[in-house]
Ligand binder design. Sequence first.
Ligand SMILES: [Fe+2]
Length: 339
Amino acid sequence: MKEVGEFPLATKIGSLVSNNSNLTTAKILIVDENPLSRMIVHDFLSLEDYKLVELDGMDPIFEGIIEQQPDLILLDAMMRRIDSFTLCRQLKGNHLTANIPIVFTTLTDSRTERIKAMEAGGSDVLVKPLNRIELSTRVKSLINQKCLSDGLNPTEQLLLTIAKAVDSRAVTKGGSIRVASLVRLFGRYLSLSTAEIENLAFAAHLHDIGTIAIPDAVMLKAGELTTEEKEIIRQHVLLGEEICQPLRNRSGVLPIVRHHHEKWDGSGYPDGLSGETIPYLAQIFQVIDIYDALTSDRPHKRAYSPQEALQIMDEEAKKGWRNPELIEKFTIFIRSQEQ
Ligand SMILES: [Fe+2]
């Protein structure tokens, strides 16, 4: 396997996932009295596809934020003219700004500061000097969550909150955000409808929600699972479908949750469906989920390169586990990103 040829593809895919997770460019508001601090944040985020707006604290900030309607605010916690924590509380108390994630930036890495930030309704605290990767990762994650929760009803928001807790326990931490980004890209490549793409993206967050009922002793077991333990794990698709039943407006998500472990030859679960009887969106979702698992680090394995992952998926298709036509389309899609 040639190292030189692999890196650009991995980078390209990562970049595409990060830059196309939402249909529109997210707006980030940088609120800081210090021009140098604003410039650093601007510089760190300028390589990514965000619209960056700066406020220096001189103008009326609250009104400025209402007017800008950003998708995320980076708020300096130590401004001289403004009490940032009070401002955060005000924003969280206003229906026009309550859902905007607010990340405090501060020079002091203290527990007291963090508690103050959380009590005020902040989503996170980043300590200066900022780290480019940490900043980028937190911003991306919070914007994804906001875009997903915008326009959702309370039931959908509750399920997503539970799913987030489930995701943070799994060895695949953060996997749902990567999968949601990639299903959108591949969904568009396949010319799926907007509703189908949204169902896939929603399923990316909810598909393993049923694992909430599986004990840690089984979910996090490092060694080989017993037959009984495997059976317990398999139940997560049925439990997940049951938990997602209240999603009346998104009933298209349920078949994806239930059938994301079926196999093309009928050897999967829970219903042993085969071939075209497996819902098409569940097939598409499975391909992305497997690709993400293969190309991510796990406690028991390293991350495979995109080429290695495609090779493994091709072998699985030849064994009869996956829809060969779909695997071929996915392979072309991934390789097309090289150009
Ligand atoms: Fe699953």
